[in-house]
Design a protein around this ligand. Structure first.
Ligand code: KG4
Ligand code: ZN
Length: 360
């Protein structure tokens, strides 16, 4: 099956061609990601209307580039998948309309993919060590808009064990980076500046650590970063201060993730006695320090560990195409009257958590 995947839910216009007939390490025949970083940089964050317009301008060209790079034409495709939500609705509409138009014109099945499901299944696209990654697994999904722990029991079968009661971790990275003047995109900049920093210099909180369950909270960490900056001599945040604060932030975030995932492993093993690996996905999973901390946790607990290659942690079309393949293997395609969904929780039955509804 050869599937075109389109991703436009945030600030990347992306398209990819994935061919599941090939060995896992050759499935991705093309993966084109056009970042809108330059368009949003002056504003220090993603401006939804600018994002939507940029998607309109770039979508056709990015799709063409992906098909060309894969050496296929529309006639070679078996299906078209596009992110149908959750995300910035103007952008999602562009991707959905592009996907529907191609599907309609070429009489192909259309799959509206849940962006979170695309992140959740990416490790099954890329994990090749001991055959394809099997269900069930414990997933830590950490991105700019989401921070959740889920038991992944199959395609479309997600049980949420924990979520954030306020900010997502990627949001805390981005906002802390902005406070330090590191600019957008914050996460990768903060990681780069943390290298060479003293991760014990600043005493930052570990919100929720030591508590029962596996919910998260990151707004207190972000606030403490602001207070720490304010406590330094005004205008005197030098390069070493920034490096130390970035390193201290990452260590605090790592401690929280390890604590929360430790509890989640217990919860997961109680309900899935056969167990399964810890899988990490989403943009923040690109962070080398956090990948290392979580891999060490899995080793300590004697369970497997999987994380997609860095380029497939942040938003891309390959994960959307792959989720489309997984959905088509499991059931029917969507109809062309699918309406884009700004909110689309993976586990609609999960109990609401204070304030968390807005992020779900
Ligand atoms: O999955 P993603 O590309 O988009 C969403 O679905 O949100 O995740 C983007 C988030 C941003 O908050 C970004 O700062 C963060 O992932 N991120 C990182 C790194 N690369 C991206 N955070 C920490 N370290 C990184 N290397
Ligand atoms: Zn994402």
């Amino acid at each position: 099956m050869i599937v075109l995947g389109i991703e436009t839910s945030c600030d990347e216009t992306a398209a990819a061609v994935v061919d599941d007939g090939r060995a896992a390490d050759a499935r991705i025949r093309a993966n084109v990601v056009l970042s809108q970083i330059e368009a949003h940089k002056p504003y220090g964050g993603v401006v939804p209307e600018i994002a939507a317009r940029a998607h309109v301008e770039a979508a056709d060209e990015v799709v063409r580039q992906a098909l060309d790079a894969a050496g296929v034409g529309f006639g070679d495709l078996d299906a078209v998948a596009a992110t149908g939500g959750p995300g910035l609705i103007g952008g999602v509409m562009v991707g959905v309309m592009t996907g529907k138009a191609i599907a309609f014109a070429r009489n192909l099945p259309f799959v509206a993919v849940n962006h979170l499901e695309a992140h959740a299944l990416t490790a099954r696209l890329t994990e090749t060590d001991e055959g394809d990654l099997a269900f069930p697994y414990l997933l830590l999904l950490v991105s700019g808009g989401h921070c959740q722990l889920l038991a992944v029991e199959g395609v479309g079968r997600y049980r949420r064990l924990g979520t954030t009661i306020d900010d997502a971790l990627g949001e805390a990275f981005d906002k802390s980076a902005k406070m330090m003047g590191l600019g957008y995109p914050g996460g990768p900049n903060l990681e780069a500046r943390a290298r060479g920093g003293d991760d014990r210099r600043f005493d930052l909180p570990r919100p929720m650590a030591g508590r029962e369950g596996c919910h998260f909270s990151f707004s207190g960490l972000k606030t403490k970063v602001r207070q720490t900056i304010e406590a330094l001599p005004p205008g005197n945040l030098d390069d070493q201060d920034i490096a130390d604060l970035c390193a201290s932030f990452q260590r605090a975030a790592g401690d929280v993730l390890v604590d929360r995932c430790g509890n989640a492993i217990d919860m997961f093993e109680r309900t899935c006695p056969a167990g399964g690996p810890l899988v990490v996905a989403g943009g923040v999973a690109a962070n080398a320090y956090l990948r290392g901390r979580l891999e060490a946790l899995a080793r300590e607990r004697g369970i497997g560990f999987a994380v997609p290659p860095v380029a497939l942690c942040t938003d891309n079309g390959a994960m959307v195409a792959w989720a489309g393949i997984e959905r088509l293997r499991a059931g029917p395609a969507d109809t062309l009257d699918f309406a884009p969904r700004p909110r689309w929780p993976l586990d609609p039955d999960a109990e609401p958590v204070a304030f968390a509804g807005v992020k779900a």
